[in-house]
Ligand binder design. Structure first.
Ligand SMILES: Cc1ncc(COP(=O)(O)O)c(C=O)c1O
Length: 370
């Protein structure tokens, strides 16, 4: 049997073991100093004055809806080409996600489509830096300013990315990061929200800690909150990963560059969009686009036979069964997103993917395409 090359894998090393053990031995497994340290180092890293750690990216997005005062009847303009959580967060608060189509090149929100989707009910724009490629923040900022809207950035896939020379997370608008094990860095489960003010940070800390009041009284609840806390073991793991983040990101970029070289002579496969002066991608996944008309399911089956994992990445949110049923979405409504969803294929990708495995992946893909 051929060994299967997995889609992703975290990179855990001695420092991770050391810090997690330190947290374990400290006896403080929650609400302890590791979370404070993690927040401080992450804030520095993303160029934001404050970061609040939370239990997942989804939890962070949900809390940002609360920060922005989103409620029943409100509309959020967002992208259909994303992981479902970036739209679900609006539904959690009784608001409606309204989808604007993406730019076919960047696969991020097309600002003109955003403008066209705005109604008197719109309260916020929620761009996603999909696959770690920064969205058009300045154009979206201008639209938000014209219409008096909030912006919440879904940066769950984009830790380390840069937009116009600035780190994603430093815009002054709330930005949400996620640390599931397939991400650039992991805490197991976990997430974080970067915010510009101490007030927002304090509100996030309260909301993620059952709405506890600022007085510190354990059983006094000032507002409706949740248990969205990140525990100290997870924070310790994240702290070690943050210390090594440059190394991890550089290794991922190297793997991506090697795929670029290996795939160049293969017909029928389009590599991910390259960086330009304004957009610096942080490599989260390696997603290629197959030529129109290629039988993707057949390709995936042939890759699997050769021990190569792959995934259609991502399905458009508006065509998820639940969204079709609830909102009546159908094929053809958001053509750029649907085309990307129909033709994209994620290949095995992580920081320590050996060159030999990458060669195997590309050779398997070339044969599958024959
Ligand atoms: C774009 C996007 N948004 C939100 C999330 C949700 O993050 P989590 O899985 O940590 O809840 C993810 C990650 O899965 C994501 O990729």
């Amino acid at each position: 049997m051929t060994r299967t090359i997995p889609l992703s894998a975290p990179w855990i090393d001695g420092r991770e073991e050391e810090l997690v053990l330190e947290a374990l031995r400290s006896g403080q497994l929650s609400l302890g100093p590791m979370v404070d340290r993690f927040e401080a180092v992450l804030a520095e890293r993303v160029g934001s004055p404050y970061v609040a750690a939370v239990s997942s990216g989804t939890a962070g997005l949900h809390l940002c809806m609360r920060l922005a005062g989103i409620g029943p009847g409100d509309e959020i303009v967002t992208t259909p080409f994303s992981f479902v959580a970036s739209a679900n967060c609006a539904l959690y608060e009784g608001a409606t996600p309204v989808f604007a189509d993406v730019d076919p090149q960047t696969l991020n929100l097309d600002p003109a489509a955003v403008e066209a989707a705005i109604t008197p009910l719109t309260k916020a724009i929620l761009p996603v830096h999909i696959f770690g490629y920064p969205a058009e923040l300045d154009e979206l900022e201008a639209i938000a300013a014209r219409h008096g809207l909030a912006i919440v950035e879904d940066a769950c896939e984009a830790l380390g990315a840069e937009y116009r020379g600035r780190p994603v997370g430093s815009s002054g608008r709330p930005a949400v990061f996620a640390f599931y094990p397939n991400k650039q860095m992991t805490t197991g489960e976990g997430g974080a929200v970067a915010v510009a003010s101490e007030e927002e940070w304090a509100l996030l800390k309260s909301l993620s800690n059952q709405g506890r009041s600022d007085s510190g009284e354990w059983l006094t609840h000032a507002r409706l909150g949740y248990n969205y806390r990140l525990d100290d073991l997870s924070a310790a793991l994240g702290l070690a990963q943050l210390e090594r983040l440059d190394e991890i990101l550089a290794a991922r970029a190297e793997v991506a560059a090697r795929y670029g070289e290996l795939l160049a002579p293969v017909d029928g496969v389009e590599p991910p969009l390259a960086d330009d002066a304004e957009h610096r991608r942080s490599w989260f996944v390696y997603v290629v686009r197959l030529a129109a008309g290629v039988d993707r399911n057949g390709i995936m089956a042939r890759l699997a036979e050769q021990g190569v994992a792959s995934k259609p990445y991502l399905p458009s949110i508006h065509l998820q069964p639940f969204y079709r049923e609830r909102f009546g979405y159908r094929e053809g409504m958001l053509p750029a997103s649907e085309d990307a969803s129909a033709r994209s294929l994620a290949l095995p990708f992580h920081a320590r993917l050996p060159a030999g495995d990458q060669e195997r992946v590309v050779e398997a893909l070339r044969r599958a395409l024959e």
